[in-house]
Design a protein around this ligand. Structure first.
Ligand SMILES: *Cc1c(COP(=O)(O)O)cnc(C)c1O
Length: 329
């Protein structure tokens, strides 16, 4: 529904026949969650399964890549270059999408090479990605003009996508995640850079509200980031489905110690959620948001009759890495 029947997509496809995205992705199923908690709270709870759109390229990372890939094709680039940590969902998705759509890919990885490669990076290599390691100091300069110039000199003609696909093309793709799902009044999403949240918020209708759950410590700073993203996006002239002020809020209490940190409670919650509802969660993002929503339901945060849509943003590939590190202690 978002990918196939979309004017922008059709126009783009006319010009760019080789990016036949609509033939490649499944429409994400919407799954109802019935539990004692939702029954007591008197709300309807649904999950939008972006994790099931494609076996390799899925979740919000696909939506953030989509218009970056289209722009790269349009400008006749054959190579993509991007950044990420050693367990990055974005590196994984970029490697797979590059392979799928005929781009060579270069991944600049934060830190030093460790052998054997972890599952994320060995997958990336299998998909044809060339890995280059940047020490932390250089990595920190990833968004500077100086590093960009250096990379263009070093690697030649490459289309550079920022870490996480988090640019205005990324926001644009994310405006297509929810588009016109009027049955839901609250859309809940886990939040790293808030690019996904910004795209979702821009696409909501009156009466709908996006709730963002930062997965990092002290997530309140994201409020300013979100304002900046929305302002920049609206000023950019890129298509924006609805012009009414975006309605969103941040819930900062469910970060579980910080980015990629987990504890027994979160692991247990994920395990139980999977067993009861057949929805696997990733520990870095979706498990924290789902936990947060279930906890808020118990506290009466939502009203009776509310209809919630939880966006499953994918990221399941990262669980192996988290489990390994956690169990090692
Ligand atoms: C990257 C990621 C997010 C966060 O997206 P942002 O746009 O950076 O807020 C959420 N969930 C999953 C599974 C991710 O991989």
């Amino acid at each position: 529904m978002f990918i196939i029947n979309n004017e922008c997509e059709k126009n783009a496809n006319n010009k760019l026949k080789s990016l036949r995205m609509s033939l490649i992705f499944f429409l994400p199923p919407i799954q109802k969650i019935n539990s004692e908690i939702t029954r007591r709270a008197g709300v309807d709870l649904y999950v939008l399964r972006l994790d099931l759109m494609h076996p390799l390229v899925n979740g919000n990372k696909w939506f953030k890549l989509k218009y970056n890939l289209l722009e790269a094709k349009q400008k006749n680039f054959t190579r993509l270059l991007t950044f990420g940590g050693a367990y990055s969902n974005h590196i994984y998705a970029t490697a797979a999408a590059g392979n799928l759509f005929g781009f060579r890919t270069i991944g600049l990885i934060r830190g030093e090479e460790r052998l054997p490669l972890n599952p994320t990076l060995s997958f990336a290599v299998q998909q044809g990605m060339q890995l280059v390691y940047l020490n932390r100091e250089m990595y920190r300069q990833r968004n500077t003009a100086a590093l960009e110039e250096y990379l263009q000199q070093h690697f030649g003609e490459v289309f550079i996508i920022p870490e996480g696909g988090s640019n205005l093309n990324g926001v644009r793709g994310c405006t297509e995640i929810i588009a016109d799902m009027m049955a839901f009044d609250h859309i809940c999403v886990a939040c790293g850079t808030a690019t996904t949240l910004a795209g979702i918020a821009l696409s909501l209708h009156e009466g709908q509200r996006a709730i963002a759950f930062p997965v990092l410590k002290n997530g309140a700073f994201l409020a300013q980031e979100i304002e900046n993203l929305l302002t920049n996006y609206l000023a950019s002239g890129l298509p924006s489905p609805y012009s009414s002020p975006a309605s969103w809020e941040l819930v900062c209490d469910y970060y579980f110690g910080g980015y990629a940190k987990v504890n027994d409670e979160l692991l247990l919650f994920s395990q139980q959620f999977k067993e009861e509802h057949d929805v696997p969660l990733d520990y870095v993002y979706t498990a924290k948001m789902f936990y947060g929503v279930m906890d808020l339901l118990k506290q009466g945060f939502f009203r009776k009759g509310n209809s919630l849509l939880l966006v499953h943003t994918g990221g399941l590939q990262g669980n192996i890495g988290v489990e390994e590190r956690y169990l090692r202690g």
